[in-house]
Write a new protein. Sequence first.
Length: 303
Amino acid sequence: MRRRLRHEKTITILAWLGSILIHVVVFSVFGAVPFRGSGQGAAPQSKPLPAMAQIKQAMNMPAMTPKPKVKNLFSSRRILRPVKKELELSTVGKIDLGEAEEPIVGLFSEVPLDLEAIDRTGSEGVSFFGQYTGSRKICYVVDASGSMHGRLGNVKSQLIDSIQELRPDQFFSIIFFQDGDRLLEMRGGKLLRATPKSKEQAQTFIDTVMPSGPTNAVNALRRAMQIRDSLGRAPELIYFLTDGFDLGEGAGVEAFAVQIENMRKALAPGTRINTIGFWTELEDVAILRHIARQSGGAFTNIE
């Protein structure tokens, strides 16, 4: 019985070995013969590449174009280059802003304009005999006494040019003084808006004035300080031009200047007086300089 079982087991093993050998031979034969399609002239199929061959082929392929990088147009943090900024205003000098980020926004809205500095040193705005101002309300007080014969023509020309420079948002008034206490005022000495019509009327008025009589500037300055606009405000600046004063006996330079300053403090404390001497004597130059300095104005001597 044992011999029979051993014999059957041996036969089974030999059968399996034979089957494996037959399959190996068959697969070898099919692998050696190329597969052709049923149609004539069909192109032979490429033989599958081993894994290593496929890897080498992939390595030898041309490199792919890299994906372009997109620049971020909107950054939450803007890097600004520090620059040295210097704002130059001919009227106020130089303002050093130091290190600042660019751009500077609203710069001029943060730098107030010093109108008083313009009157003293600047070259912007309205001018009268080289004195510039940016004041909006201006009163011109001009000597038209007899001593101005041969000189008043030049003064009138400068006065007309100054009024023509006024902007539409500015106001002006004109007062000529002559014959002692006599005053010549345009339209009653009101502050007029600098419209084209007002400028034309001013030129006509100026052309009609002729020099006459002695010099008495006190009443003219007092009248200029009393002028008010529709809101009750006095002129911001008075241009005062004369060739000299008739002070009379016993009147001193400082006393006369103090008289004018006290009058200004009482009638128009916020008004500055720019004085202009037109071929004046040394004593009169001293008075004009005192008047301008006490009111915060400027002085110019024309020779």
